[in-house]
Unconditional design. Structure first.
Ligand code: AMP
Length: 114
């Protein structure tokens, strides 16, 4: 179930996070409940509740977030590969109502994802 937007509190610096990247469009920080040795979340500053709420206006932002993911994967030495995940709404397993990209690495990932 989608709960409070705790990520807005991280953007507003009301709660701490281990931030690894910050710019005018997005923020990236370590996930508090890592599912892999490296687990970083990349979020836009703009409030977009879910992936399904993206519009044409967000094209550039999405491209930017992907390029930040590539940069972070290099910085965090995920040279053998990594997984990008965006959970969308209840059936997709989304719990925080603020679009976020999971960057996971440091172990093997399998398919189907479960
Ligand atoms: P999702 O299930 O796709 O909505 O992912 C939400 C993610 O946010 C989960 O992996 C949580 O562990 C993570 N999370 C929740 N609260 C925080 C927080 N305060 N700081 C960092 N990560 C968080």
């Amino acid at each position: 179930m989608l709960k409070d937007n705790i990520f807005q509190k991280i953007i507003d610096k009301q709660i701490p996070a281990k931030i690894v990247h910050e710019d005018t469009q997005c923020l990236a920080f370590h996930d508090v409940g890592p599912q892999a040795p490296t687990h970083v979340l990349i979020i836009p500053r703009k409030v977009i509740r879910t992936h399904a709420d993206l519009t044409d206006a967000d094209r550039e932002l999405l491209g930017h977030m992907h390029l930040i993911a590539v940069k972070l994967a290099k910085d965090l030495k995920l040279d053998d590969g990594y997984r990008i995940v965006i959970n969308c709404q209840d059936r997709g397993g989304q719990t925080v109502p603020h679009l976020h990209m999971h960057l996971l690495g440091g172990r093997d990932f399998h398919w189907p994802p479960g």
